[in-house]
Design a protein around this ligand. Structure first.
Ligand code: HEM
Ligand code: HEM
Length: 176
């Protein structure tokens, strides 16, 4: 175990800001349709889109940092568990990218009214199925991301609380 080391502070900020935004985006995304049509729904959907664009920016900064200056840590385990952890991290990055891209494509394909302030025209207004399909696919990716991130979080807590190897400290150095 190489748990004495921790990620650098920039990587840690990016990790926790991304996790918080993803959680908020998922909660808002799940509840958009429960708001009344008209202004309430436009505002909630616009907040979702704005937070999504902030996440897109954070994601680009995070990846750029990962490939240019981020501290690289060896997997926490030398065997198959370490390989599974690294594979899971790659899949999390892939799902984050795919969910963000499909969210942006959803706005572009369906067209949207952002805060009643400006309008994104629909890509092809005559095609009624495509926007629903894209939003459904975006929702499916978002759910998959949440499930995988949930498993990843539980494993991190399990390491910290049950195995007591201090793995969580790699992402949270001030933790005792
Ligand atoms: C990882 C980040 C994101 C998560 C977890 C997420 C989650 C969700 C969820 C769960 C839904 C509901 C899907 C459904 O009803 O089947 C949704 C809808 C939507 N999302 Fe996202 N989203 C994310 C990023 C984005 C981004 C970056 C954009 C665009 C910039 C975006 C735009 C939309 C739009 C336009 C809808 C449709 C809203 C509606 O039903 O009226 N999302 N999102
Ligand atoms: C949406 C939520 C989350 C996402 C998308 C996510 C994603 C990631 C990714 C991609 C990495 C790999 C970082 C790298 O090496 O570049 C990572 C590492 C890590 N995450 Fe998360 N994470 C989330 C939530 C959490 C939560 C809630 C916890 C703790 C309860 C957590 C604990 C950790 C730890 C301890 C590491 C370092 C693991 C190691 O070095 O082997 N993550 N996370």
């Amino acid at each position: 175990m190489t748990t004495e080391q921790s990620y650098d502070s920039k990587s840690i900020y990016y990790h926790w800001i991304s996790a918080l935004l993803i959680f908020l985006l998922w909660i808002i995304g799940q509840n958009i349709d429960s708001f009344e049509r008209g202004d309430p729904r436009v505002i909630v959907r616009s907040i979702h889109i704005m937070l999504g664009l902030i996440l897109a920016l954070v994601f680009i900064l995070r990846l750029t940092w990962k490939f240019t200056g981020a501290r690289k840590l060896a997997p926490s385990d030398d065997g198959v568990m370490g390989k599974i952890a690294t594979g899971t991290h790659h899949l999390l990055y892939l799902l984050m990218a795919a969910t963000i891209i499909l969210g942006i494509v959803a706005v572009w394909v369906r067209g949207d009214n952002i805060f009643n302030f400006f309008t994104v025209p629909a890509f092809d207004p005559s095609n009624e199925d495509l926007p629903d399909d894209v939003v459904d696919f975006h929702g499916l990716l978002a759910n998959s991301l949440l499930i995988l991130a949930g498993g990843h979080s539980l494993l991190a807590i399990w390491h910290q609380r049950i195995i007591k190897d201090g793995l969580l400290k790699r992402m949270w150095p001030s933790l005792k």
